[in-house]
Design a binder for this molecule. Structure first.
Ligand SMILES: Cc1cc2nc3c(=O)[nH]c(=O)nc-3n(C[C@H](O)[C@H](O)[C@H](O)COP(=O)(O)OP(=O)(O)OC[C@H]3O[C@@H](n4cnc5c(N)ncnc54)[C@H](O)[C@@H]3O)c2cc1C
Ligand SMILES: Cc1ncc(C[n+]2csc(CCOP(=O)(O)OP(=O)(O)O)c2C)c(N)n1
Ligand SMILES: [Mg+2]
Length: 653
């Protein structure tokens, strides 16, 4: 007791000097370094399981804790608003509430039971119990892609984490803001091969923007603040917060910081004025300009700024798979998606342009094809990207502009408006004429049929029936994904939700389910294949429990179609293990899960079935659509080829 009082006097001394400042500070309840003459005993409050003590004197109370280096910290908890003493799980929930989290997806287990207990006691955050942790992360990721908010998932230690890995890597590759809370074995058990222990921080390190292992409950709130800040700022990405079970139980005074500062993390938003000036000169001096846009425009919520720039310049535009919708597909400047399955005109324009303005697009290998072929043409490249590591990674960039797309475009537009320089109208007219010639190839034309359902026809019909409505389209990975990207004209950002970077089969249904929760009035369609859908089909159960009715359009070609296409083109038509035999009866399966199943085998039935499915607003409908098993995705740039070396159809084989 005497020791404790001695410590208290020391604390008061340190504290008194900063007290008035603290009182005015919005983050009044903060840990302050303090000096203690003697290590304290556990005081009167030794019942508290955390290595911290609460000292009270009169109306004043202080929390004291010691870090492993023997340094002491104090927190004043005195009136007027004494912070609550909460356990780690309640703190976690408070942090999520403070971040405005409305939904989270997860799956319980021993290491997170205190957290689940805390969730039970509140009703502002809706937790969705998925059927597999991979789907929890995908659903939260889909939610993030559609809303722009941070997606949140919660999984237990060990197998919970390893099941979540595919979801985390998927989000990482497409720069999606997420916070994934993972349970961990109690801190004393870490490293002892404890039950359901895995090195979460080690396993996830290469697939996260950042990760944390919280060893002390006193660090939990600030860690959560950092996690959300890191996930949503700069180049967004998933952040893992690993919470050992004892940390979720231990108590501390809760205060959520309003701001957070990290010396080593300060993403640049504003582009360099001088670089933007140089870019303006190049853009306005171009004879064959091209605006190449990507996922960064969507992530930056900069579609309006991009559209303003395009209106101002009237230059041809294209988009990557990840940027579709930022420029309206119906915009007259839009040449379609570019890349491996891009349009003829989009790729030819890329290869022939003299100035390329890359906006939030990272020159992926699926976009530029063989880099040597790409480099054969002299062109100047301006690249706007928030992540300096994206710049000159695959192609040499002439004018890098590091910054947020929105901020940079605002400045770029302003400088273009101020400039006395004008684009050369004659050169532009010649350029548009050339592009018009390329368009005449009508590269997306396909052979229609009255006998067999063409996958392109299904997507076109969906597009026709949903034109102008509030709807979202997710996809899985394969031919159906490319057909959806090519044949569904996305006119708005965040309406096309798919996995581009990792190309993860199985995302489509959880994505749809995540979006439907956030957008209950919208229609959500999942365009999938019979291979992909089986990778997360168990989520049909989640859709029923949480009443998130989605429409699954399974383009069932009985093949792992994209694999079959490559085997046809590059492996002498040896279809090694790409044929799907013994498929389930998807109609019965859908019904078994409590949904509506439809089998569609003839082209004439496609529209009627889709109309009926859309009418069943409150039901999940699974449409098993038997499509042409031999159909291929054209155009195609084969691996190792240049982007202008496209195959436009089977006649080119
Ligand atoms: C089967 C299959 C086929 C595919 N075929 C094609 C194809 O034909 N064509 C195609 O385009 N893709 C295709 N892809 C997708 C491809 O793999 C890549 O995912 C995609 O090309 C990358 O798109 P992106 O360049 O827009 O980059 P993203 O992955 O969307 O990256 C965004 C970029 O913007 C930056 N950024 C993020 N936020 C901001 C901000 N606020 N301000 C500034 N910059 C920001 C990031 O740093 C990053 O460099 C295919 C995928 C699959 C699975
Ligand atoms: C998890 C995962 N495993 C393997 C692959 C490789 N892969 C890409 S497309 C594809 C076939 C997809 O088949 P299906 O879902 O039926 O779509 P289809 O191509 O027939 O339209 C495969 C196996 C992948 N992208 N993801
Ligand atoms: Mg298939």
């Amino acid at each position: 007791m005497a020791l404790a009082r001695g410590l208290f006097s020391a604390i008061i001394f340190v504290f008194a000097s900063s007290r008035s400042g603290l009182n005015r500070h919005p983050n009044r309840f903060r840990w302050q370094a303090a000096q203690a003459p003697n290590p304290p005993h556990k005081g009167e409050h030794a019942g508290d399981p955390s290595p911290q003590m609460l000292f009270e004197e009169g109306h004043r109370s202080f929390f004291v804790r010691e870090n492993p280096k023997g340094l002491f910290y104090i927190m004043d908890m005195s009136s007027p608003t004494t912070p609550e003493v909460l356990n780690g799980s309640d703190i976690l929930v408070r942090c999520l509430q403070a971040e405005g989290v409305k939904y989270m997806w997860g799956y319980p287990g021993g290491a997170v039971l205190y957290i689940y207990d805390a969730l039970y006691k509140q009703d502002t955050i809706q937790h969705v119990l998925v059927r597999h942790e991979q789907a929890a992360v995908h659903a939260a990721d889909g939610y993030a892609r559609a809303t722009g908010d941070v997606g949140v998932a919660l999984v237990t230690s060990g197998p919970g984490v390893t099941n979540a890995i595919t979801g985390i890597a998927t989000a990482y590759m497409d720069s999606i803001p997420m916070v994934i809370i993972t349970g961990q074995v109690p801190t004393p058990a870490i490293g002892l091969d404890a039950f359901q222990e895995c090195d979460t921080v080690g396993i996830t390190r290469p697939i996260v923007k950042h990760n944390f292992l919280v060893k002390d409950v006193a660090d939990l709130a600030v860690t959560m603040k950092k996690a959300f800040h890191i996930a949503r700022t700069g180049r967004p990405g998933p952040v893992v917060v690993d919470v050992p079970k004892d940390v979720s139980l231990n108590k501390t005074a809760f205060s959520y910081p309003e701001t957070v500062e990290m010396r080593s993390y300060n993403p640049v938003r504003k582009g360099h004025g001088g670089q933007i000036r140089k870019a303006v000169q190049l853009i306005l001096g171009a004879k064959r300009p091209y605006i190449y846009t990507g996922g960064g425009v969507i992530l930056a919520n900069a579609a309006n700024e991009l559209r303003e720039l395009v209106n101002l310049l009237g230059y041809p535009t294209t988009s990557t798979l990840m940027g579709l919708g930022a420029i309206a597909a119906s915009d007259k400047t839009f040449l379609g998606m570019l890349g491996m399955h891009g349009t003829y005109e989009a790729n030819m324009t890329m290869q022939s342009a003299d100035v390329v303005l890359a906006v939030g697009a990272r020159f992926d290998d699926r976009v530029i094809g063989n880099p040597k072929h790409f480099a054969q043409v002299e062109r100047k490249i301006i690249h706007i990207d928030i992540d300096p590591s994206s710049i000159s990674k695959r192609v040499k960039v002439d004018i890098p502009i590091v910054g947020d797309v929105k901020d940079v475009l605002i400045e770029l537009i302003a400088q273009i408006k101020e400039s006395t320089q004008r684009a050369d109208p004659n050169a532009l007219a010649t350029w548009w004429n050339q592009i018009g010639e390329w368009k005449k190839r009508e590269c997306l034309k396909y052979k229609t049929s009255d006998e067999v359902i063409k996958p392109q026809f299904v997507v076109e019909t969906l597009a026709r029936l949903t034109r102008g409505t509030d709807c979202y389209v997710t996809s899985d990975v394969g031919q159906h994904q490319m057909f959806a990207a090519q044949f569904y004209p996305f006119d708005e950002p965040r309406r096309w939700i798919n996995s581009g970077g990792l190309g993860t089969m199985g995302v489509g249904l959880p994505y749809a389910m995540g979006i439907k929760l956030a957008k209950p009035d919208a229609d959500v369609f999942c365009v999938t294949g019979e291979g992909s859908i089986q990778m997360c089909i168990q989520e049909l159960s989640t859709c029923l429990q949480y009443q998130t009715p989605v429409k699954v359009l399974s383009l069932n070609n009985r093949y792992l179609g994209m694999v079959r296409q490559w085997q046809q083109l590059d492996y002498g038509s040896r279809y090694s293990h790409s044929y799907m035999d013994a498929l389930p009866d998807f109609v019965k399966l859908a019904e078994a899960y409590g949904h509506v199943g439809m089998l569609i085998e003839r082209p004439g039935d496609v529209e009627g079935a889709l109309r009926e499915a859309i009418k069943l607003k409150d039901r999940t409908v699974f449409l098993d659509i038997r499509t042409d098993p031999t159909e291929n995705v054209w155009p195609m740039v084969k691996a190792g080829q240049g982007i202008s070396e496209m195959l436009l159809g089977s006649e080119d084989l």
